[in-house]
Ligand binder design. Structure first.
Ligand code: SF4
Length: 497
């Protein structure tokens, strides 16, 4: 058993990424410079003198936990925070309905008000938690903290301990106070921490299951079918899981993830605590990604030859069409604005399609994951990209993206967040909303993505017409600045950047 994770899990709160992984939200330079600074330890966060709002870690933590179909989350927060979290509840229910299941997870808010901030509201939280159990009979209750409950020092941990003795189910605090971290992925870790502490049991046997940490499991059917060829089944985390299934994830053959940003805490935790191998390759997107990722799975589950035959068969089926489309896409330019995992994964995929990424903006950067290594997708890009890629760590700063798009005028802007996609279109640039994490899954996904990009660039009248009729709030002055004009301090980046 790992001493490190044992020590971590004794504490009710996971450490935020800024402290644990050295994560940053402000940088401007290029891929090679970022890699070098990460390796020699000279990478420093650059603060902004102006910042747009970003995202709250509570939403990431609660969004993950509401995927568990028999869980309840009591959010000790004002109604405004609860309102922003409620959308994920609806989303989880819809995703469950898609596969014929019912998601009974409930989100309950304590509606903290001015009086509560003065006199405290622990009794209110206790009453609401007991009522939640009585009404909904969940199999676990998570008590999630917000900025307000954190600032007034509500002792949610002690209450969770007390309620564990009163109720026949686990009750676990989740420290996702919004002010705790600028890195929203700290919320994923807070959820994983709570699941590891409250639900996962030590293994009794090995089972032919692969844990699959993802968001919305749109390729659930395809992945289940592929894995069945090798005698294993996927256990998706946490969307559509149950507390009973999560109790056994320590017995799985391996853990995989859509990207290291999402999977680092649970993947490394299960490996260190229970010996479940965590597969840390580049992800399944595109050709190199799918072959590397599937190849490693084959090694870990002792099905190397079977996986190789599968890959050969699939490649023969899809590669000719991919090659034909590549001819249409070759030479296009792209700007990317995504989370820190997919920025590098998608850059690699575009490179395979002959599209040149002229600038990549990642919303944050984990200079190492919980195994102490740089993100594999970034390392891969440094080693295999034909050109150094301009790069910023931009924390969803849309005004910086607009400056970058205006400067590079790419053929396509790729984003995983709809807000920034819309703004690129308003600027007259075609945009691909890479909403689905499986959009480039394997050869088939690669073909679909290539077709989608081709469709997007063939007719640009929508972007042109929209841009011609819209007055954007950005001034000529801002467009003439370097996109890092609002970043303070920091050493000069390499000239090559
Ligand atoms: S927890 Fe804090 S940052 Fe998050 S929504 Fe509430 S007030 Fe905003």
């Amino acid at each position: 058993m790992s001493e490190r994770y044992n020590a971590l899990l004794k504490k009710p709160s996971s450490n935020v990424r800024e402290g644990r992984l050295g994560s940053i939200t402000g940088y401007n330079g290029c891929v090679s410079d970022l890699c070098e600074r990460s390796a020699c330890g000279s990478l420093k966060n650059r603060e902004r003198c102006f910042s747009q709002s970003s995202m709250c870690i509570s939403m990431c933590a609660i969004g993950q936990l509401l995927g568990i179909r028999d869980a309840a989350v009591v959010y000790h927060a004002p109604s405004g925070c609860c309102a922003t979290a409620s959308g994920t509840n609806v989303l989880s229910q819809q995703i469950a309905a898609r596969i014929g299941k019912t998601n009974n997870a409930v989100l309950v808010g304590t509606d903290l008000d001015e009086n509560d901030t003065v006199f405290g509201a622990l009794e209110k939280l206790k009453k609401i938690t007991l009522e939640t159990y009585k009404t909904h009979k969940p199999n676990v209750i998570f008590l999630a903290s917000s900025c307000v409950s954190g600032v007034i020092g509500e002792d949610v941990d002690s209450l969770a301990e007390e309620l564990k003795n009163e109720l026949p189910i686990p009750v676990e605090s989740v420290h996702c106070e919004g002010f705790k971290s600028r890195i929203w992925a700290s919320g994923f870790d807070a959820a994983d921490h709570a699941v590891l502490r409250s639900l996962v049991k030590p293994p009794k046997e090995k089972r032919p299951v692969i844990n699959f940490k993802n968001f919305f499991e749109s390729e659930r059917a395809q992945i289940t079918e592929i894995f069945s060829e090798f005698g294993v089944t996927p256990q998706f985390l946490y969307m559509n899981s149950t507390t009973e299934e999560l109790a056994h994830i320590s017995e799985s053959l391996a853990t995989v993830c859509v990207c290291g940003t999402l999977g680092t805490y649970i993947g490394n935790g299960l490996e260190e605590l229970y010996g479940v191998p965590y597969i840390r390759t580049i992800n399944f997107s595109g050709i190199a990604g799918f072959e590397t990722w599937m190849g490693r799975i084959g090694e870990v589950i002792n099905k190397k030859n079977e996986v190789e035959s599968f890959l050969k068969r699939e490649k023969e089926k899809y590669l000719p069409e991919i090659e034909a489309l590549k001819k249409e896409l070759n030479g296009l330019t792209a700007v990317i604005g995504m989370g820190p995992g997919y920025t590098y994964e998608v850059s690699r995929v575009l490179q395979e399609l002959g599209i040149k990424t002229v600038w990549a903006a990642a919303w944050h950067f984990d200079y190492k994951y919980d195994d102490g290594q740089n993100p594999p997708a970034l390392r891969y890009l440094k080693e295999h990209a034909p050109n150094d890629i301009g790069l910023s760590i931009a924390d969803m700063q849309n005004y910086e993206i607009m400056n970058i798009i205006n400067k590079y005028k790419p053929d396509v802007y790729f984003s995983r967040h709809p807000g920034s996609t819309v703004w690129a279109i308003k600027q007259g640039v075609a945009a691909v909303y890479f909403a689905d994490e499986y959009m480039a899954f394997g050869y088939r996904g690669m073909l679909n993505l290539a077709q989608y990009i081709y469709d997007t660039i063939r007719n640009r009248s929508f972007e042109k017409n929209l841009a011609a009729r819209i007055k954007l709030p950005y001034t000529k002055w801002w467009y003439e600045q370097n996109n890092d004009a609002m970043l303070l301090g920091g050493a000069a980046v390499k000239e090559a950047c």
